[in-house]
Design a protein around this ligand. Sequence first.
Ligand SMILES: [Zn+2]
Length: 127
Amino acid sequence: MARFSLKSWWQARRPGPWRIGVVVAEADQIPVTMSRYEATLVAPHGLPKWLAFDCPCERGHRIMLNLDPARSPRWKVIRQRPLTLSPSIDVDSYGQRCHYVVYHGHVNWVPSYKGGKRSRCASPRTI
Ligand SMILES: [Zn+2]
């Protein structure tokens, strides 16, 4: 039985602002500055290869997701407008962790637990 989630039900009804706003043929055509809530799809010959956007944490780092099934790890654009991606994005940048799910144009942060305290960001994982 599927778990009922009021938040996902609400988000499915009310799309968030995130979307693919620009499509380019090559990665070197990705704009230096992007509009807020807008991702750039790199699709040479119409085949999705990369998705680039500025991380919603607003610390100024860019996310580049591989969409090419021949490479790993790989993400899928489930929907372009509003944007839905799979799986979650989990990056360590400048000693901070950014982990979130992009669903129906919304960014849903995955809480991390460090020292028993819940926070949005955490230190990088040690392997
Ligand atoms: Zn970030």
